[in-house]
Design a protein around this ligand. Structure first.
Ligand code: CS2
Length: 483
């Protein structure tokens, strides 16, 4: 079978949407760090829509910080790929917004130059929680990548390092203003990017700081679209639909949302023309996404894994797990989570759970379970502190923490755990006779939260942990719900 590429594009079957613009006239106004599936099913689709609208400046140069795999898959097909939308209805569309993918370790200078060149107006990131190298909410100077970048920027190790090196060059060239926009599931991601870049500039080029203050905006956004990892069945279906082989299609749900803090230096891409929303205050939007959607995902991932489920929608088919998640979000999270004006909290939660039930788009519990030690710091822990300090209940969240600790232990045992703290969890498990909830939570940064020293709350967590170990998760949830 022929492969998707510029030369075969005209052979794509007619039911599949193809780019309506001339690729040759598109330039890369955007450099994106973390050119993975989420980016390809989310931001790149918005950019593709802009290009279809006749905008020509918002093509994307992707950057892979570690692996060459995405570049190797996409380069032979001229960076075209298929985005499959799978829900009650299905649609297939070829995306042409990505023009190139640079593999940072192969040529760090090319990445620095791409960010520094004047044509680049916007730098975006989907580098996942661990890419921000945080420890207890602040950038960890002892992180191996950060300490190397603090020593030298000749071969940057982190996104902060690449950005700082590029800022030095852009300032020296007296370049145009630039916006650096976080597109990860992070609270105040733009602020982290700013702190990281400033920290490195203070070390390596204090003279660049005033240029950055005057010319660079650091901004945050709330991104949302459930996007599973690509598997062989998807590649097969896509090949049938296209009549061509695509080595890297990406599937996603019909829902897509992008809310962007309206803080730009230089030109602002008109993403509002293609469905995104610019807002003054991003925090309430970040909060509902992290504390309802992502928090609910992480609950279902831990509970579902322990119950033996492979996918989120399967976990939700268990009445006890579905009830637990809904009541946790509505009963513990909603009372302490202000929602943006015009949004109904209950309605948002219902919609999220409905989206999770999409069996046409299986989403693996282990995908959500990946890096859970980093994710719960954004998704659960701040809510628990809010609930306790406001005298509201946090009983479901106590149970969720217990389930998370049980998940860590079980996934370690099954050799399923994919987490930057995996070895630390493993050491903890083998040295303590019974590594308990506290040890795992301490590793995941709970020490900076007050719930961690709340005797009553932590006693409940330990009690649930014991119950899960004794009777299994489904029965433990059942008894929890009926008590
Ligand atoms: C999920 C998210 O894998 C995970 O941790 O919670 O990736 C989630 O699917 C997206 O944030 C949805 O926008």
């Amino acid at each position: 079978m022929e492969r998707l590429s510029t030369t075969t594009l005209s052979k794509v079957m007619p039911a599949v949407e193809t780019p309506g613009y001339a690729r040759a006239s598109v330039s890369s106004g955007i450099v994106h760090f973390g050119a993975g599936n989420f980016h390809r099913a989310h931001q790149a689709v918005y950019c593709d829509a802009l290009l279809n609208e006749g905008e020509t400046g918002w093509g994307i140069t992707g950057v892979s910080l570690r692996s060459p795999a995405m570049r190797d898959n996409l380069a032979p097909q001229d960076f075209f790929y298929t985005q499959a939308t799978l829900g009650a209805t299905t649609a297939y569309r070829i995306i042409g917004a990505i023009q190139n993918v640079l593999v940072a370790p192969e040529n760090p200078q090319a990445v620095i130059e791409a960010v520094a060149r004047n044509q680049t107006q916007l730098v975006t990131t989907t580098i996942t929680e661990k890419g921000y190298c945080l420890s207890s909410g602040v950038i960890d100077r002892a992180h191996p990548g950060i300490s190397r970048d603090l020593e030298s920027l000749s071969q940057p190790q982190t996104t902060y390092g690449y950005l700082a090196a590029a800022m030095i060059k852009r300032c020296a060239d007296q370049g145009a203003p630039l916006t650096i926009l976080c597109c990860d599931n992070m609270h105040a991601g733009g602020e982290h990017l700013r702190s990281g870049v400033l920290m490195l500039l203070e070390r390596h080029s204090p003279a660049t700081l005033s240029w950055v203050a005057a010319n660079v905006a650091f901004s945050s956004s709330m991104v949302d679209r459930v996007t599973p990892a690509t598997d062989e069945p998807l590649k097969k279906t896509v090949a049938e639909r296209l009549g061509l082989y695509d080595a890297a299609p990406v599937a996603a749900e019909p829902f897509s949302q992008w809310i962007i803090e309206d803080r730009f230096a230089g030109e602002r891409p008109p993403f509002d023309r293609v469905g995104a929303l610019f807002v003054e205050d991003i925090a309430p939007f970040e909060r509902i996404k992290l504390r309802f959607l992502n928090a609910g995902h992480s609950m279902l991932a831990a509970l579902g894994y322990l119950a033996g489920d492979r996918f989120i929608h399967e976990a939700l088919q268990r009445p006890a797990l579905a009830r637990f998640t809904e009541q946790a979000l509505k009963g513990n999270v909603l009372p302490v989570t202000p929602v943006p004006a015009g949004v109904s909290g209950e309605g948002y939660i219902d919609q999220v759970l409905e989206r999770f039930r999409n069996g046409n788009l299986p989403y693996a519990v282990l995908q959500v379970g990946t890096d859970s030690s980093q994710k719960i710091q954004q998704r659960w822990l701040p809510t628990i502190d809010d609930a306790l300090s406001q005298g509201q209940g946090a009983t479901y969240l106590a149970f969720a923490l217990a389930a998370w600790a049980s998940f860590i232990r079980q996934a370690l045992l099954n050799n399923d755990l994919n987490d930057p703290l995996r070895d630390a969890f493993g050491r903890c498990e083998s040295t303590a006779t019974t590594a308990d909830v506290e040890d795992f939570l301490a590793l995941a940064g709970a020490g900076k939260f007050t719930f961690f020293t709340d005797v009553e709350f932590m006693a409940a967590v330990r009690e649930h942990h014991r119950a899960i170990a004794e009777v299994g998760v489904v029965q433990a949830v059942d008894s929890f719900l009926t008590n």
